[in-house]
Design a protein around this ligand. Sequence first.
Ligand code: CA
Length: 226
Amino acid sequence: MRVLVVEDEPQIADFIARGLSENGYSVDTARDGEEAIQWPAVADFDVIILDVMLPLVDGLGVCSTLRERGVRTPILMLTARDAVEDRVAGLDSGADDYLVKPFAFAELLARLRALVRREPVLRGNVLQVGDLTMDTVTRQVSRAGEGLDLTTKEFALLEYMMRHPNQVLSRTVIAEHVWNYDFDNATNVIDVHVKNLRKKIDGVGGPKLIDTVRGAGYRISAREAG
Ligand code: CA
């Protein structure tokens, strides 16, 4: 899952970015409102975390501008105080949820999960493709009841694929959602990660879930992969 963090205070921005990276999110950061408005035109984010108090354009202005431009990415707004008018203004500008600063990191993670849970494939916090399940809260992955040990990046890659089952995902799309802007697309990093992931998931017997679609990308599905 790729997240845009918009926050001008470096310490808070770094705290959020570091915490999210540790939890397998890929993170890009914007330090002012103008930068924040430009980012979604060059990258496809799964969630945007948007502080209200920002230089150049404030969070409310950023939010309403993005919505006017048709950006539908879920937006979690960070407000400095728990004032009713701030929350109302945030939601009115097009934000999906808000969080009052200071917040516990666990709550931020829970809010992000809630925002992406609106997708139909997610039943509660558990993603499922065939006999493969992923609990996005406990971060446990198992195939036919057997626990699998994945790296943070493998988990992020698998989570993205499991949220888009039966779809061919190109390397470009995978790079956009699982890596951040600094990622060098020309490398075969994605292929290596998919190979390792496949070894763990499909190496244990049972139907193959991850499929290579020649010249197009990768697909996860419950039907037998070719
Ligand atoms: Ca701020």
